[in-house]
Structures are given as C-alpha cells and as structure tokens.
Design a protein around this ligand. Structure first.
Ligand SMILES: O=C[C@H](O)COP(=O)(O)O
Length: 206
C-alpha cells in the first residue's frame, strides 16, 4: 500500500470534506479519485465521521484520512477506523503523540515560522498552512524560503484560481475544500458534479 504522504505528494492535492453529512463516502472517494485526487480528508465536524472513514478504508478506494482531529481520543478512533493520515487545524501535542506512536503521518496545522518549527518538533510528516487565504500564495513563498525541505500544504481559500500559484511558490500540495466538495453537493450526493469540479481543479494546477 502506498504511503498516504507519497500519494498526496504525487497528486499535489488532497480534498478536505466538511459536510453536514456524507450519504455515500465510497462514491465520493471514487468521484474524486477518478478526477485525479486520491487523498480525501473527512473531518470530525461531520457527524458519523468514523463510520465514513471505515467505509472508505474498507472499500480500498482512495486514501482516506481524518481532519479536524483535536483530541488523542479522536486520533485513536480515526486510526482504528482506517484513517491513513491525520490533519489538525493547529498544533496539538497529544494528537501528534498518538500519530507518532501508531506510525500514522500527521499533517499538523501551523501558520507562523515558529509554529512550523514546533510542528516538526512534534513529529509532523507535513505542515498544513492554515488559513492560507489570509496571506495567500506570497506568504507560502516566504515560508518556503527557510523550510525548503518541509512539505507545506496550504489549506483554506485554495481554489482553481490560485492553486497553481501556491504550487509554484513552493507548496508540496494544496488542499481543495469547498471549491471542489461544496457541503451542499456532498450532502445531496451530487457525485458527477463533484467529479467535474475536481477535474477542473486538477486541470488548473498544470
Ligand atoms: O477546513 C476546511 C478548510 O479550511 C477548507 O477551506 P476552503 O473550503 O476555503 O477550501
């Protein structure tokens, strides 16, 4: 099985799904993977996220991870239900400890250079720059300067209009959120529309 981070680096994109419900998470994973986005982050803000993680993991479709992981208990439960990577909105020592102990990569949220260094100290496999919309691609370039070897993954406000610029400025990958997986589309199970938006996003990265 290819490591989750290798897949994300290869595709240069993952999706974060923050929907009120995901009626068929396997169909969602298939729609995204078919468009070239194999990694999907399902967040703890979605009720029943553990069941969704389990369904995608068991299906063998896509590379599923858990997002908005705030507690050690959530981290353990996500991994127990098949999450192949964890994502946090910010620095979280106890989540990092679980990820390191269980050998699951954590993409730890950070915003400043000091936080990037703290995330690395905690064992982050990659660092999510959040919220990326606040300072945009130019800020990513500034951060990439002192951290050329660190996989920086901007999240929040990334879309088909700016993804290529984030990547050109040093992002290892970008996180596509509502631009690809609009909560209403996910909740309504509009998989063809989501596949089309994912394909359009991927085309924009070239
Ligand atoms: O947690 C979600 C991320 O912040 C995604 O934000 P976005 O929908 O603006 O891409």
């Amino acid at each position: 099985m290819t490591a989750a981070l290798e897949v994300i680096r290869a595709d240069r994109v993952l999706t974060v799904v923050r929907a009120p419900e995901i009626p068929d998470p396997v169909a969602l994973a298939e729609a995204l993977a078919g468009a070239g986005i194999r990694a999907l982050e399902l967040t703890f803000t979605t009720p029943g996220v553990l069941d969704c993680l389990r369904k995608v993991a068991d299906s063998g479709r896509g590379v599923v991870g858990a997002g908005t992981v705030l507690t050690a208990e959530q981290a353990e439960a996500a991994i127990d239900n098949g999450a192949r990577f964890l994502v946090t909105p910010g620095l979280r020592v106890r989540v990092a400890a679980v990820a390191v102990r269980r050998g699951i990569p954590v993409v730890m949220g950070a915003f400043t250079p000091s936080e990037v260094m703290q995330a690395l100290d905690l064992g982050a496999a990659a660092v999510k720059i959040f919220p990326a919309r606040t300072l945009g691609p130019g800020y990513l370039k500034d951060l990439h300067g002192p951290f050329p070897e660190v996989d920086l993954i901007p999240s929040g406000g990334v879309n088909a209009g700016n993804a290529a610029e984030f990547l050109a400025h040093g992002a290892a990958a970008v996180t596509a959120g509502t631009d690809v997986v609009a909560p209403a589309d996910v909740a309504a199970g509009r998989w063809p529309e989501i596949a089309a938006r994912a394909a359009s996003f991927v085309r924009s990265m070239k």
